[in-house]
Design a binder for this molecule. Structure first.
Ligand code: PMP
Length: 396
């Protein structure tokens, strides 16, 4: 059977692989604590579901414009203005089949073979694969704990070459759980001035920020930043709508039009009644539902990082955004735990799952082998239970 070189070179998502193994164990009756999930453990709020049901019942079951219905693109334009201080016309906005599709399509619309895309470690696994699928090359900047895993300005300056077509920013970060401050982003925007580098600003976790963290959209920093930025966002994380597959991209008209042309052949429109639900999601009741979810995540993230830091040889910055802790566990590398040799994050995650039945995601596929990712999108009881097990397992 023939499989294209392109497809052969793309591995399955590492985050999905761990979740699948954890599910397998669960199906065998094993009591697994899962820290692998990349989705909120809350249900989609009822007012959103009701809007989808009403749309279905009123016959919204046919094709729409490939880029999404104008009412939704207008609602997104209003949201970007109100929340992010960004002025986009509905024509500058395309609704995609989830944020993942936004990333893929944006890369396809902008990149050519030979182009380079700068991104810092740790990065979301999908970025490097979608860069590759566009024929471009990832130029990876290695970060570490000393800068809270953020790239420095001198690293950025050094990485920019004639081939650099794009810089990827994901703040708040998956898997890092860190957030760039407005000043840090302003400084990055300054470095880009006078270059031809475009920016993808993946803002999917914008509403999940903690403590005194401030979120700012990269495109809102200056006219120069606005002109070079594609702002990506979606409904999955903010509204607990992962299964609905709704994301969007806003940016320069030429690029959005190019994405629209690609989308018209690849997928056509996002599910029609889902688009109506998305309009409802952006409406009034949202703020309270989001704030309740945010507060709960904040409590869990604080608890999880405190507990992790109290474990010998584990170092974890307190997350400022998203729903992930990304502890450095490398001081345990080189050890044998119950005759399993721990030589890196893959061994660590595998042995922890098999021996102590706790599912975490290895940091290697995110570009940081010193770390593992623990999602706190699960109950405080589960977090306590899982961390008790982790602590006991490491203390052997
Ligand atoms: N960007 C980041 C950084 C993410 O973590 C995710 C989800 N894991 C997405 C985009 C895409 O989410 P979705 O496709 O569900 O909209």
């Amino acid at each position: 059977m023939k499989v294209s070189k392109r497809a052969q070179e793309v591995p399955a998502s590492a985050t999905i692989a761990v979740t699948a193994r954890a599910k397998e164990l669960k199906a065998q009756g094993v009591d697994v604590v899962g820290f692998g999930a990349g989705e909120p453990d809350f249900d989609t709020p009822d007012y959103i579901k009701d809007a989808a049901i009403a749309a279905l019942k009123s016959g919204q079951t046919k094709y729409t414009a490939a880029a999404g219905i104008i009412e939704l693109r207008t609602a997104i334009a209003n949201k970007l203005k109100k929340d992010n201080g960004l002025e986009y016309t509905p024509e500058q906005i395309i609704v995609n089949i989830g944020g993942k599709h936004s990333v893929y399509e944006a890369m396809q619309a902008v990149l050519d073979p030979g182009d380079e895309v700068i991104l810092g470690t740790p990065y979301w696994v999908t970025y490097t694969e979608t860069i590759k699928l566009a024929g471009a090359t990832a130029r990876i900047i290695k970060t570490d704990r000393s800068t809270d895993y953020k790239i420095t300005l001198s690293q950025l300056r050094d990485a920019i070459t004639d081939k650099t077509a794009m810089l990827l920013i994901n703040s708040p970060s998956n898997p890092g759980g860190f957030t760039y401050t407005p000043d840090e982003l302003k400084a990055i925007a300054k470095v880009l001035e006078g270059t031809k580098v475009m920016v993808i600003s993946d803002e999917i976790y914008e509403k999940l920020i903690y403590g005194d963290t401030k979120f700012v959209s990269f495109a809102s920093l200056s006219e120069d930043a606005y002109n070079r930025t594609l702002t990506l966002n979606g409904f999955s994380k903010t509204f607990s709508m992962t299964g609905w597959r709704l994301g969007y991209t806003a940016g320069p008209l030429e690029v959005i039009k190019a994405m629209g042309r690609l989308q018209s052949h690849m997928t056509s429109n996002p599910t029609t009644f889902g688009q109506y639900a998305a309009i409802a999601a952006l409406g009034e009741p949202a703020d309270e539902a989001i704030e309740n979810m945010r507060k709960e995540f904040e409590r869990r993230g604080k608890y999880m990082s405190e507990r992790l830091n109290s474990i010998d040889g584990v170092v974890c910055p307190e997350p400022t955004g998203a729903f992930y802790c990304f502890p450095d566990v490398s001081s345990h590398y080189g050890r044998n735990i119950n005759s399993a040799k721990i030589n890196g994050s893959m061994d660590f995650a595998k042995a922890l799952l098999e021996q102590a039945n706790v599912a975490v995601v290895p940091g290697l596929p995110f570009g940081c082998d010193d770390n593992v990712r623990l999602s706190f999108a699960c109950s405080l009881e589960q977090i306590t239970k899982g961390l008790d097990r982790l602590e006991k397992w490491l203390s052997q």
